[in-house]
Structure formats: C-alpha cells, structure tokens
Design a protein around this ligand. Structure first.
Ligand code: SF4
Length: 582
C-alpha cells in the first residue's frame, strides 16, 4: 500500500529527540534506512520503506503524519510541495457556461489546485527538480475535460481572473482610494455597472484601509470581474457578507457565466454554495497531507454526497458519520427557566439609533440572530454584555455574560496560557472536539483565521457565565468545522444548562444550531429594531420575506435549499406565506 509521510521540521528542532524517534522505527531497527536524521538534525522519512506502523507519529503527533493512500491514488501526484510535504492528486475542471463549485475542508489543497488552474503554480508531478510545461500537463490529463482546458491555456485563449481568499490582506498591500484601485484594473467600460450591482457606490471615495470586511470583499469581487477574462475564480466570495449581500453576490457571480466564460467557486456556506453553483467537485484527503478531487456532479448530488461522507465511484469514505439536518422541535419545546429579559431598550450611538422590543432568553436555549451588517447586532450584544450602557429601558442584569467579538485580536500569548480555564474545566467538552491541543504551543499571532476562531470560541465558553454571546463564530471556518462547532455549542448549552446568543450570516449553521431566532430590522447605519426571540419557523419567515427568498427542505438530506426566484415552489410557498419549512 502506498502511503504519504509529512514531516514538519519546524516542530522537530531537537536533534537528540529526532535520533530517539529514529531509534524507535522497526524498519531502521531491521537495518533498512527509513527514518533519516541529517547532520543539521532534520528528520526525513522514506515513504517506500515505511510500513506505516504508526510509532513515529505517536512519538511526535504534531510534527509527523503518516497516512495510507486509498488505492485509487496509487499514482503520480500532480504536485508535491517537497520531500515529506503535501501532495495534490487531481484538479477540478472548469466548464464553459457553468459555475463549478469546489466543496471541501481547509488544508486539502483547494488553493493549490486553483493556483495551478490559474497558471500561478506550475505543477511538478512529484519530481521536485522540475516545473512541468504545458505539453506534460496536457499529456497527464489526456482524454479528460482538463486536457482541453490546458490545451486552451497553451494556445493563450484562456485568461484567468482570480479573487483570493484573504481579502483582509488587501489593505496591507494596496493603499489609496477604492475608485483608484478599481480604475487601475478596469479593462473595459463596465465600472459603473459593476459598482452599482455590488452596491459599493457610496464607498468609492473611501480609503481601502478604512472600509469594512464586507465592503472589502465586494471591492475585491469588483476588481476581479473588471479584468477581462474567460475563467473567473472566486475563493470564498461571501466571507464577511450578510445574507442579503450573499444572495446578491451569488446572483452577480452566476450572471458572469456564458458559453465562452467559466466560473469556479470555493465556498463554505452550503446554502449559498447550492444557490450559486451548477456543478461541483468534492475535495477529499487528509488535512495538510494530501488532497484529491472527485468527479464532477450536479450540485444537488454533490451536496448530498458530501453530507453522506461517502464517494461511491471512488469508494472513499471521508467522514465516519453522515450529516442529517433534523427538525429542531424537541429544542423549541424546551420550557426552561427565564435567564434574562428586556423591554423598551434604546441606545443612540452617533447617528445610529437602536431599539429593542420586549424579549427574553431561557436557560439552556440557543438563540440565532439574523440581520444585515451595520444594523446594530453587535451593539445590542454589547448592551446585554454591559460593555455598552443603554440609554433607556429595562434589562435584568443579574447574569454573567461571556462575549466573543466579531473581530479577533491576536497577540504574543501562548494558546495554552490563554485557554487555561477552558483546559482545566472543559477539555472533553470543548478542547478535544475542537482539536485545539495541537495549537497549545503556538502564539495567538501565529494562528490562521480558522484556528484563532476556534481558540476565541473556546476562550468564551471557558468563562464563568450564564449567557454566551458569540458574534460570527462561523467566520474563517470550513463546512466540517462549522458542523463541529455547532454541535459543540449546542451540546455545551444543553449539558451545562447555559444559554447562547449566536450572531451569524450562515443560515444553515444557524438553523442547525438554534432553538429560536431573533431578527434585526431597520436600515443599516441609521436604525436597528431588535425583534424576538421567535420560534425558528416564525423568525425565518419574517426574515426571508424581507429578502424575498424562500427555502425548502431537501427530501434526502433535510438540508434547507433556496428556491429559484419565481420557480413553482417559490411561488407556491410565497402564496402560503411559508418562506421557510421547519
Ligand atoms: Fe518507521 Fe514508518 Fe513506523 Fe514511522 S510509521 S516508525 S517511519 S515504519
């Protein structure tokens, strides 16, 4: 059986320890070279002689990974980052006239695959000494759609425009006004139209480093489409956007496709993924070890296969359990003791006015919070947390509040120091399921966005509190991590009889997690009106009616899916006033 060994020598600095690990290897002990420790202490593993006994990964669990490859991948990789480094085995296929989505967890090569398609990364086919030319790439993919794609690349008839994942890095590299950035990349005369469609007219004169995450995302999308191209690639185009903006951006991206133009999207919001793409690949593999790509499927099938966790054609199980979206009746029928209540709250902050009608939260409840950006969700959360004082109204403040902010601060402290309380109290309930142990010795400033998010959630839940306020806990997380986090939060609240208020823009995440919903109405940056909590169905109906979209439940997976505007189901549900099926 073929296997992949990945070694992180940054975490194996102690030569003595590496020699000790080497001495444990049964292959080395039998006199055959398998683990080598170089003069400078660097450890490497020969994948051909390794028998996969599992001893060395146990001795250095955070630095060595040995993974058996499925039979189907007993072949040359498309790209290998180095000896004992990540290997990529396949690529997604762009199709003209279609939006092709890529579904998969972080760390299994989505960005690498996109980099190769976009011509940013030259594959080496596992031979570290070379960078392949187009002829080799075309030969490698003979007889597939990918072959045709690279033939067109070679002829120069494919022009790629790419929106990177981390839009928050743009202000670090680019300075100046939004309009100047867009004019610089504009290849045609679509600037006014694009700016209008993406609703960024009012920020054109603003400096790039002064606009919000959601605005930055839409500016990055505008800059991508202003370049003339026939393959547009969007890596996570909806992070930082509220639901209204997510739907708007999805429509915008869909409309880019025509018979001469192809679009490829990586997205972790499953409802939006379903709405935005026609067909999809599933990327599977082992995090930071290897990644491969399933065959292309219609999006509905791809999502159901993804939730099932099993690829039939490839005979690969990539998750132990299937994901099922049960209706949440048992939760909404909970009759807990009241924890906190409010009535007639108001707060003026500059030109913004926030008011909250009557509402209450019971013990053990998880309340989802929906609303556009800039409508006062964070302000209300801060009023409940007593971080901001209200102007008027009543609030029962005899509860302790734990708060996770939307924007996460990182410093030089070690994760294990910051999470000391959570580790002592909730290793089984929080630290282990969130897989935080491998991060213990890292500084906060060294964590990726997703890692920092998990640490911030653990930090918040580890506090002595009765009510937890989590602002956008799904940001930076992949689908798998979102499912894990929703389960951790739900189980934690139930077991500890605590309550949570979850502000988020991922509808699936919220519907999977919440017992009830609060809806924020009003006009962004002017006034916000806090309504609820309501039963899930009532809250969703109220919110979706305003957005003019309807959701049905998929018969197989029970996942909520957006109906096409003016489709038969869309019209029927609107006539009945059922914008959401619980
Ligand atoms: Fe040696 Fe491979 Fe076993 Fe590690 S997993 S100890 S390299 S045989």
């Amino acid at each position: 059986m073929k296997r992949i060994a990945v070694v992180d020598n940054e975490k194996l600095k102690d030569k003595e320890k590496n020699l000790y690990i080497q001495s444990l290897c049964p292959v080395n002990r039998s006199g055959v070279e398998c683990i080598t420790v170089a003069k400078d202490g660097r450890l490497s593993i020969d994948e051909n002689t390794c028998i996969g006994c599992g001893i060395c990964p146990k001795a250095a669990p955070y630095a060595i990974k040995i993974v058996n490859l499925p039979e189907i991948l007993d072949k040359t990789p498309i790209h290998r980052y180095g000896k004992n480094k990540f290997a990529l085995y396949s690529l997604p296929t762009p199709i003209f006239g279609k939006v092709v989505g890529v579904l998969g967890v972080n760390g299994i090569g989505k960005s690498s695959a996109i980099g190769i398609l976009g011509g940013l990364l030259k594959p080496n086919f596992g031979d570290l000494s070379k960078k392949a030319d187009y002829k080799e790439i075309i030969d490698f993919f003979k007889g597939t759609e990918t072959q045709k794609f690279f033939e067109k690349m070679q002829q120069g008839s494919i022009k790629v425009s790419y929106k990177p994942q981390h839009v928050d890095l743009i202000p670090k590299k680019t300075k100046g006004k939004v309009i100047d950035l867009l004019k610089k990349v504009d290849d045609g005369d679509r600037l006014n139209e694009v700016v209008k469609e993406l609703d960024i007219e009012t920020i054109l004169e603003n400096q790039i480093d002064e606009i919000s995450g959601g605005e930055l995302q839409r500016v990055a999308i505008a800059a991508t489409v202003l370049k003339k191209a026939n393959l547009y690639i969007f890596d996570e185009p909806t992070s930082f956007l509220d639901i209204k903006q997510r739907i708007n951006v999805s429509k915008f991206i869909r409309n880019l496709c025509d018979e001469n133009t192809s679009v490829m999207v990586v997205e972790h919001d499953l409802i939006i993924f379903d709405y935005m793409t026609d067909m999809a690949h599933i990327m599977y593999g082992s995090e930071d070890v290897y990644g491969s790509v399933s065959g292309l499927k219609p999006t509905k099938n791809a999502i159901n296969v993804y939730l099932e966790g099993y690829l039939k054609e490839e005979n690969i199980r990539f998750r132990d359990k299937k994901v099922k979206f049960e209706t949440r009746k048992s939760f909404s029928e909970k009759k807990g003791e009241e924890l906190i209540s409010w009535s007639g709250i108001s707060k003026k902050l500059g030109k913004f006015f926030l008011s909250a009608e009557e509402g209450s939260i019971n013990k053990g409840e998880v309340i989802g919070v929906l609303g556009e950006n800039g409508i006062g969700k964070t302000t209300f959360v801060k009023i409940l947390a007593d971080v901001i004082k209200k102007d008027k109204g009543k609030l029962s403040t005899n509860v302790q509040v734990g708060y996770k902010p939307q924007y996460l601060e990182s410093g030089d402290e070690l994760v294990m120091v910051v999470l000391d309380d959570a580790i002592k109290k909730y290793t089984n309930q929080i630290i282990d399921p969130l897989n935080i142990k491998p991060l213990f010795e890292k500084k906060l400033s060294e964590l990726s966005g997703g890692e920092l998010q998990k640490v911030a959630i653990a930090l918040c839940l580890g506090k002595d509190a009765d009510l937890f306020l989590l602002d956008e806990p799904s940001a930076y997380l992949d689908i798998e991590q979102r499912l894990i986090i929703s389960k951790v939060i739900r189980d934690f609240m139930e077991l500890q009889d605590k309550s949570a208020l979850i502000v988020d823009h991922d509808l699936l995440f919220l519907s999977y997690l919440s017992d009830k919903l609060m809806v924020f109405d009003g006009v962004p940056a002017k006034n916000g009106i806090v309504k609820g909590p309501f039963e899930m169905e009532d809250g969703m109906n109220m919110f979706l009616k305003k957005l003019n979209i309807t959701l049905r439940r998929d018969k197989e997976s029970l996942m909520p899916r957006v109906n096409k505007l003016d489709s038969r189901l869309d019209r029927e549900q609107k006539e009945k006033g059922k914008y959401y099926y619980a």
